[in-house]
Design a protein around this ligand. Sequence first.
Ligand code: FAD
Length: 460
Amino acid sequence: MKIAVLGAGPGGYVAALKAAQMGAEVTVIENEEVGGTCLNKGCIPTKTMLASSELYSKVKELSSFGFDLNGEVVPNMEKIIERKRKVVDVQVKGIKGLFRSWSVELKNGRGELVSDREIRISKAEGGETVTADRIIVATGSRPAEIPTFPYDGKNIISSTEALELDSIPKSLLIVGAGVIGCEFACIFRELGTEVTVVELLPRAVATEDEEISRLLERELKKKKIKLFTGVKAENVEVKEDGVHTVLSNGREIISDKVLVSIGRAFNSDGIGLEAVGVEKGPRGDVRVNNRMETSLSGVYAIGDVTGGILLAHVASKEGLVAVGNIMGTESVIDYSVVPAAIFTSPEIASVGLREHQASERGIEYLTGHFQFRALGKAHAMGEISGMIKVIAEKDTDRLLGVHIIGPHASDLIHEAAVALRAGLKVKDIADTIHAHPTLSEGLMEAAEDVHGEAVHVPKK
Ligand code: FAD
């Protein structure tokens, strides 16, 4: 079986490796660098910068941890970016090493489908055509642009440029308080930037459970990040004294830079899809069924370009499903349990239903809460902000969702994901002995709180 994969992000490269491991002959066509948005302009660079900004915030607390600080610690953006590049580089080399190890052929250039079995690669020095039995389209997404805020790469920037700055901006206006906007707000604020965030929707990270959004908003405020919700950034003008942005609430914000993070546009144009007959949705998303098959037999699509859940681990899973179907192991994608993390400080992580979703579906439910400040481990770490919320079906006690804002939320969520996938009851979590002292005890206590049985809570 010959498979051609267009795009080497976490969707494409994982699909390529799995296909090779299952015995296929695989060619990957990548225009830029392996690892895609996730490794080069997304997940890993942001988390590397966040590691620097969080370390700096810890340094500022050194005296409370028992240290005397004699010299000044000054963040240096060039060095932070240099470290980020090194981290990315190691991972890029890792993927290329795996490709070599599994005999996946990597071709550099821009690919375009010319039939259901052929991809033409255009390169500066000429072109070539790759022929395959099956094609997987994994071309991902890019920052969406609003006409009133055209990117100039210097003053009005997207997440891509925000990861390549040579100095720390004195002030930054972020348009959009979604996942990416809030992550950058925390990174730059910790480094000393005056940050303002403007969001059209009524709350920050509006897809999360409302209690989580509200708690994040409180934490942003504590950091002195100015947040305007329910407000539109109407227009922007670059002047000598900075970028002037007019908001719908009548305010004018003057900042060094404006970072626009209002969503993603799908990389589905100019890659031959229309010509060969692959159907697209109104947003430019490639239409797929639950086997990751497009409307054209033999052509599959995975990851961001399909416009579903725009997360790296979802792209990878979709890649595995597509490959499974190509290689004859029947496979369908199941989105019922998708843990998601937001790397703000504190972190947010969620799995399953939000409270409003349970209500909308007419499910009778109970909730349990537990505050991190009631955990000895959180105090030892000096990270007591946040809470864990558990939602359970009232009649059956079945776990419906878990929402965490607090230290290591992104790691803690997976116990809940397994419980949800296994259809466990809240009592199963509550009755499981959790090691002490850990942050995980918080999930046990939140589960106990669903039935008013948590020990470390004051009498209600
Ligand atoms: P991509 O990663 O976008 O990869 C597509 C690849 O295809 C690219 O390398 C591109 O160059 C290539 N390509 C496109 N067109 C062509 C063509 N015609 N020919 C050849 N090659 C082509 N997700 C998380 O799960 N966790 C996070 O913490 C997280 N943080 C993020 C932070 C930021 C700032 C951003 C922007 C995104 C973040 N994401 C995160 C989202 C995540 O990066 C994406 O969901 C993921 O990268 C999608 O993978 P993909 O393989 O579908 O596409």
